[in-house]
Design a protein around this ligand. Structure first.
Ligand code: ADP
Ligand code: 5GP
Length: 202
């Protein structure tokens, strides 16, 4: 496989969607991995665009059928990455971007570490995260509070990532993300390196 994987993780409300969207014109062709989830769609979210929204039992059938590269329970719902489209995009040499949680990052790194570059994104402080989650006003207070509690745990995983982006301004964070994405494309898998050595000696 010739492509590369870029994992973007960080607490809900860190700005992952905003930054990917804002940087998209600066990172060339890429494939954004659309996850499958059992959570309810938010206002404005579309099936097949933001997520594949499925029922609990449909998700569990997917697990049994081995459809997921990784999956995890996040904030009480299942979230997972489908294997097939990721493989196809990697075979086509594309940069594959994942917006997944820290558990998902661990699983993807364990399975496909050779291809993975990762970045953790966070607002400058917990209080700024709270402010942004409430300002986004897409979730009920109880859901926001659960996400904030989860964020306090997730921040402890920051050292597991290759890069950290402090999302203070969208402009600067997007520029940093684009730099990381373009570097991720240059990462060579072990297989590619072995081929390079073979050809180099001929
Ligand atoms: P995530 O995808 O990580 O859950 P979002 O991209 O939805 O986060 O961002 C959460 C909220 O914060 C959104 O309302 C977004 O407009 C806002 N936001 C993102 N980045 C910034 C920033 N640098 N400054 C202020 N608000 C921001
Ligand atoms: P949200 O409900 O705010 O869209 O996402 C909640 C959390 O689930 C975020 O941290 C997001 O990165 C994570 N997430 C989204 N898709 C996946 C996935 O396929 N796998 C895993 N492990 N986490 C995901």
């Amino acid at each position: 496989m010739k492509g590369a994987i870029l994992v973007l993780s960080g607490p809900s409300g860190a700005g992952k969607s905003t930054i990917i969207h804002h940087a998209s014109s600066k990172i060339g062709e890429y494939y954004f991995s659309i996850s499958t989830t059992t959570r309810q769609p938010r206002a404005g979210e579309e099936h097949g665009v933001d997520y594949y929204f499925v029922t609990h039992s449909e998700f569990e059938e997917g697990i049994k059928a081995g459809e997921f590269l990784e999956y995890a329970t996040v904030h009480g719902n299942y979230y997972g990455t489908s294997l097939k489209p990721v493989h196809k995009a990697l075979e086509e040499g594309k940069l594959v971007i994942f917006d997944i949680d820290v558990q998902g990052h661990r699983l993807v790194r364990a399975k496909m570490g050779d291809y993975v570059t990762s970045a953790f994104i966070t607002p400058p402080t917990l209080s700024e995260l709270k402010k942004r989650l409430y300002a986004r006003s897409t979730d009920d207070t109880s859901i926001i509070e659960r996400r904030i509690e989860n964020a306090k745990v997730e921040i402890n995983a920051v050292g597991e990532f290759d890069f950290v982006i402090i999302n203070d301004t969208v402009e600067l964070a997007s520029e940093q993300f684009a730099t990381i994405a373009n570097a991720a494309r240059l990462k060579q898998s072990r297989e590619e390196l072995e081929n390079l050595i073979l050809h180099w000696k001929n």
